[in-house]
Write a protein that binds this ligand. Structure first.
Ligand SMILES: N[C@@H](CCC(=O)N[C@@H](CS)C(=O)NCC(=O)O)C(=O)O
Length: 223
């Protein structure tokens, strides 16, 4: 698998979901990381758009095969390089729950706030922070209910859906710390996730994101 590459930037929550997957599977030294600088517009260069017309990271290149969307990448990497892993179970129903939580991550968690964050970062627009907080908390209310029934987001074990969701939530936490009294189960789950031996890669990315964008966001929200 010497020709497997991941085009990525550590600040991106989507990328961090994939990096957690790669670390958990012990593939760290087998996948070459190709840095993409979103602030400088590396992702808008024709050679990157040729790989991913959506110009998003992460992108996986496995020989001639190219795949974008972190959730699809995480599932692919598990199936191809660690087919017996419980991170993406083979059992039809267990796997379906993981798929459903990946959709929750993409369609709710990421969608609710990425739109605002990206408009500030890339289009330099003003955003109304109070408005975002209501939407984020509404989505966290859903997750709290889900976690009242399960130890991890898709069942009793850690899966790739936990990685994607923890990467997003810990990035949101930079701006909106999770109130423990309103979200006891999310707080407990976050604590478990942060204890995982490979968790530090997510924290590194959260720190990078925070350093780069927190000043920009608070500044813009005052405009
Ligand atoms: N659903 C996608 C989202 C990817 C995404 O939006 N990535 C952001 C960084 S977190 C990006 O590359 N944005 C650049 C752009 O949209 O041009 C995934 O999970 O990979």
């Amino acid at each position: 698998m010497s020709s497997v590459k991941l085009f990525s930037t550590l600040g991106s929550p989507a990328v961090r979901g994939t990096l957690l997957t790669i670390r958990a599977l012990g593939l760290k030294d087998k996948i070459k990381i190709i840095p993409i600088n979103l602030v400088n517009g590396d992702h808008l260069q024709p050679e990157f758009i040729e790989k991913n017309p959506l110009h998003t990271v992460p992108v996986l290149e496995d020989g001639k095969f190219i795949l974008w969307d972190s959730h699809a990448i995480n599932a692919y990497v598990c199936d191809k390089y660690a087919p017996n892993t419980s991170l993406y179970p083979k059992d039809l129903q267990k796997r379906a729950l993981v798929d459903s939580m990946n959709q929750f991550d993409n369609g709710y968690l990421f969608a609710k706030w990425a739109h605002y964050i990206q408009s500030v970062i890339f289009q330099r627009e003003t955003v109304e922070m109070g408005n975002i907080q209501d939407q984020i908390f509404e989505t966290l209310d859903f997750l709290e209910l889900i976690l009242q029934k399960r130890k991890f987001v898709a069942g009793e074990n850690v899966t790739i859906a936990d990685f994607s969701i923890v990467a997003n939530i810990t990035t949101m936490e930079i701006f909106y710390p999770i109130p423990e009294d309103r979200y006891p189960r999310i707080s407990e789950w976050l604590m478990q996730m942060k204890k995982l031996p490979y968790y530090d890669i997510n924290q590194k990315g959260v720190d990078v994101f925070s350093k780069m964008f927190k000043p920009l966001l608070s500044l813009k929200s005052k405009m």
